[in-house]
Ligand binder design. Structure first.
Ligand SMILES: *Cc1c(COP(=O)(O)O)cnc(C)c1O
Length: 225
């Protein structure tokens, strides 16, 4: 695995997807998901020019941050247990998995500054997926006014693993529509400009549907464990 070579190929693919969908290349940011790789490979990604690092476990995040430090912007992706909040909330720049009020409450309690959060939405309807029901999203976001340290910077979703491109596209498209609904609420604590969607197998579709952050693990840094 050569991260630099992978990144060059991915950037070319991003450029093509942006051209197809009439978007600026710079409107898409890559988060390197390093949960399956070592600190050394994470450093390789940083040296190749990666700025955003994503981790889904507190231990992994702390280990990598110790080495990489403030050279990167840190993202917590994937489901977040309430009892883990205290370990990560003041270590990361973004949390991508806000999906319940109990989590908002804990973030509010533990954070020592305003926290940039994505609300995770279950756009696929799969039981196994985390995230909130689309029908509950607007009420959920309104109730976040009780937690002044939470800023809703955007929405996040995961599409199902399927060969059916239309199913994937529909998930991403519905997230973009939901963003419009949130923006129409005009809430100062929920500017909701970003869409965190697209992984190694579906990021081209996500970009065509408006992703501003794509989360790439295997295709960019590989899988070592
Ligand atoms: C692991 C993970 C990714 C990256 O997955 P790849 O398919 O390896 O790119 C993206 N988002 C979340 C939430 C993840 O847990």
């Amino acid at each position: 695995m050569n991260v630099k070579t992978n990144l060059e190929q991915i950037e070319a693919t991003i450029t093509e997807a942006c051209t197809r969908s009439n978007r600026e290349k710079h409107s898409v940011s890559i988060i390197a998901v390093t949960k399956y790789v070592s600190v050394a490979t994470t450093m390789e990604a940083i040296e190749a020019g990666i700025i955003h690092i994503g981790e889904n476990r507190d231990e992994g995040l702390i280990a990598k941050k110790k080495e990489v430090g403030s050279k990167a912007t840190w993202h917590f992706i994937g489901s977040l247990q309430t009892r883990k909040v205290k370990n990560i909330v003041n270590e990361v720049d973004y949390i991508h998995s806000l999906d319940r009020l109990s989590l908002a409450e804990e973030i509010q309690k533990r954070a020592n500054k305003k926290m940039k959060c994505f609300v995770q939405v279950n756009t696929s309807g799969e039981e196994s997926k985390h995230g909130m029901e689309p029908s509950q999203l607007l009420n959920f976001i309104k109730s976040l006014s009780d937690y002044p340290l939470i800023e809703v910077v955007g929405l996040m979703t995961m599409a199902p693993y399927t060969e059916d491109e239309n199913v994937i596209r529909e998930c991403f498209r519905s997230l973009r529509k939901l963003r419009q609904d949130v923006q129409a609420l005009n809430l100062s604590f929920a500017p909701c400009k970003e869409l965190s969607m697209g992984m190694s197998n579906d990021y081209e579709i996500a970009i065509e549907e408006g992703a501003t952050f794509i989360r790439l693990g295997t295709s960019l840094v590989g899988k070592e464990f």
